[in-house]
Design a protein around this ligand. Structure first.
Ligand code: SF4
Ligand code: SF4
Length: 250
């Protein structure tokens, strides 16, 4: 069985918490990206809805449209997405209707991590965004209320939709492979909001972690790295409209 309209409606009603009440993270990544939060910039990520989610969403709002790829690279990406999902685009961050965000928008940068045995173990991130997403370098900033709603949403979805479960199970296996090759642990937020890590080359062994030791990436490594990236972005795009300096450890 697949997810139906009622499941997405329940998910939308119950999964609305911000990722962090203390931080408007878009204000940290957008200045480095021409003023657009990275996860709302379709040049970085083409949003994908499952066919039932698209059915629900197009009745709720006209904020979303089918994505029409213009170049060969985008065409290839869309063809891959559309093997199972529908590639769509919204009107952009300035016109975002919060209640009509896709599940993928609400979840970003996280996806539900499954163990080899198929157990839902927590939130892992889409590592391809390590160099651009502030949250990935600041996992401690993620609120417990958000984690709880995320878990309930994906419990609902993967319980009723085998295709979704299999996709996340495979994504988790890919992440284990990539991080084993890096010889680096996978940072994980557990089902109770606890900090964990999946050890590399361990068959997926999960142990507690000190979140202070989770790695930081790219411009979020230090104040100096951020300032350098902000300067480069200003040269490329002009002064950032939403500029705000993220906090760094003293
Ligand atoms: S989730 Fe990451 S990419 Fe999206 S707005 Fe926040 S910091 Fe930027
Ligand atoms: S719906 Fe909102 S959160 Fe989702 S991509 Fe569009 S602007 Fe970003």
């Amino acid at each position: 069985m697949g997810a139906k309209k009622k499941h997405y409606q329940t998910i939308y009603e119950n999964f609305g918490a911000p990722i962090s009440k203390a931080h408007d993270c878009g204000k940290y990544c957008a200045p480095l990206n021409g003023g657009q939060p990275v996860c709302c910039d379709h040049d970085h990520a083409i949003p994908a809805a499952s066919p039932p989610e698209w059915k629900v969403m197009k009745k709720r709002t006209d904020m979303w449209k089918r994505y029409k790829p213009k170049d060969a690279h985008a065409k290839k990406e869309v063809a891959e997405i559309e093997e199972t999902c529908v590639a769509i685009v919204c009107n952009g961050a300035k016109y975002c209707e919060r209640d009509n965000r896709l599940l993928a928008c609400r979840a970003f940068p996280f996806y539900p991590y499954f163990t080899k045995d198929g157990e839902f173990a927590g939130l892992a991130y889409y590592w391809v965004f390590e160099d651009r997403c502030w949250v990935i370098s600041n996992i401690e900033a993620v609120d417990k209320a958000y984690v709880k709603e995320f878990i309930e949403a994906y419990d609902t979805l993967t319980d009723v939709d085998e295709g979704e479960y299999l996709a996340f199970h495979e994504q988790s296996a890919n992440m284990r492979r990539v991080f084993s090759r890096r010889n680096a642990p996978i940072p994980l937020i557990g089902l109770e909001g606890e900090y964990l890590q999946v050890l590399p080359k361990s068959g997926g062994k999960i142990v507690p972690a000190d979140p202070k030791k989770y790695p930081k990436f790219g411009p979020y490594r230090s104040r100096k790295a951020y300032e350098k990236a902000a300067k480069e972005a200003e040269e490329m795009y002009g002064p950032a409209e939403w500029g705000e300096m993220p906090p760094f450890p003293a």
